[in-house]
Design a protein around this ligand. Structure first.
Ligand SMILES: [Cu+2]
Length: 439
């Protein structure tokens, strides 16, 4: 059903598949009793694997940024009147955010960008749902790299540590902002409407990332409503390239692991009632029912839960010996529970910040054993590393791990609509990680 969403994503996120993993022919007839015994440790297994498979590093995966090279966009808007920033006049708890400065100022302290992006508000009224229905979504169109495509979630912003980044918001209906979540730029560039301004027409957000990891960006005007409509996308910051085994590679963070396969899993739930609200719903104290959230549809990276098992945008393919990095964002309004059936998973970063490594000696990564459930709160990110060398130097047959997602109510912790007779309505999704043995 969500063919459109799938096709749109095809132009966006790389498929979490090592090219050679698909080409390799599975040999399911091999007698498992002849397989050498797996070494005691993952490190020993990896060493043995590398020694026996010289092809391992011949086509290394190297991620690349998604922006355009500088010097960026001219700063032609008129200077800001700082006396007007934030909320206007007297505000109460109920009406906070009701009267906010709306403007299109020039970017203060503007500098030439090393990389820049354009994001234009879109409204799409025919987003296809897994039960055949349609819903309205909002998002950010990348007018430089995928013009005319209404991609959900919005296109990834991928930059490198130390880049001077410009993101131009072009907005044609009401007011919106872009908050680059966790990046912590100056107040005017933080995109939180009620402490600075909402963008009436255009604005160039300027910021400089300092920490490699997985972040996200979203509209921060009437955030519960605009985020629910779909105004968010992943934001990935890469560390500098390093030379490894004769190739340029990009580790997860400075001093962190190098990976061969990269997957992006963004979990989201939709309550169709919320997709009929107006832009300012509830902002001026009116009761628009924002205290009631009853999601009916569930997605991983824009793919409906009925399609995630087989979608090439969600299911992961790797070769034995590969390291898989999964960048996981819980964009739902509940608790996301995630269980890997057969693979141990190492959490190497939380909310954009690495665990361990030379820059974070005060903490360390931790392992979630197979079968044990990981829980994420709303807006949380986990970077999950799976070293397939844990399976040993040989595999009797390809290993297929089933990964199960549960969308839980944030208060009752029950799976949404768990007893529904329709699979699409249950807050459940599954996908697979396939590890292929050497051909
Ligand atoms: Cu918005």
């Amino acid at each position: 059903m969500p063919k459109i969403a799938d096709a749109e994503l095809a132009a966006e996120l790389p498929s979490p598949t090592h090219p050679e993993a698909v080409a390799a022919t599975p040999d399911l007839k091999r007698d498992p009793r002849q397989a050498p015994k797996a070494p005691a440790s993952i490190a020993a297994a990896a060493a043995l694997f590398a020694a026996s498979n010289p092809l391992q590093a011949q086509t290394p995966y190297v991620p690349s940024g998604t922006g355009s090279p500088g010097p960026g966009l001219p700063n032609t808007n008129l200077p800001a009147d700082y006396n007007l920033t934030g909320v206007l006049g007297d505000e109460t708890f109920d009406t906070f955010g009701c009267k906010v400065w709306k403007a299109s100022p020039a970017t203060p302290d503007w500098q030439q960008a090393s990389v820049y992006f354009e994001r234009k508000f879109y409204e799409k009224n025919d987003f296809q749902l897994p039960n055949g229905g349609r819903i309205t979504i909002w998002g950010f169109e990348d007018t430089l790299k995928s013009k005319g495509q209404n991609i959900y979630p919005s296109p990834i912003i991928r930059v490198s540590e130390g880049d001077m980044v410009h993101v131009k918001l072009d907005q044609k209906k009401g007011t919106h902002t872009i908050h680059h979540h966790g990046i912590e730029p100056t107040t005017m560039n933080d995109g939180v409407g009620h402490v600075s301004f909402e963008v009436e027409d255009t604005y160039i957000y300027q910021w400089q990332p300092r920490h490699a990891g997985t972040w996200f960006y979203h509209c921060h005007k009437n955030t519960p409503v605009h985020f629910e409509y779909g105004m968010f996308g992943l934001l990935v910051v890469d560390p500098p390239k390093i030379r490894f085994n004769g190739y340029d590679r990009v580790p997860a963070f400075k001093g962190g692991p190098i990976y061969d396969v990269e997957a992006f899993w963004v979990a989201d739930d939709m309550d169709p009632r919320w997709h009929t609200m107006h832009q300012e719903a509830g902002l001026c104290g009116e009761d628009d029912g924002l205290n009631v959230f009853r999601p009916q549809y569930f997605f991983i990276s824009g793919i409906a839960n009925t399609q995630t098992m087989t979608s090439t945008k969600v299911a992961v393919n790797a070769r034995l010996g590969d390291k898989i990095l999964i960048r996981l964002l819980n964009a739902s309004y509940g608790v996301l529970a995630l269980t890997f059936e057969k693979l141990d998973v190492e959490v190497i970063s939380v909310d954009g910040h690495s665990l361990g490594g030379p820059e974070k000696p005060w903490n360390r990564p931790f392992t979630i054993p197979k079968g044990q459930t990981i829980h994420l709160a709303s807006a949380s990110r986990y970077d999950l590393l799976i070293d397939t060398a844990q399976l040993g130097a040989t595999l009797a047959a390809n290993l297929v791990d089933t990964v199960r997602f549960e969308f839980q109510d944030w208060v009752t912790r029950k799976v949404h609509n768990a007893t529904s007779s329709s699979a699409w309505q249950r807050g459940l999704a599954s996908t697979t990680i396939t590890v292929r043995r050497p051909a």
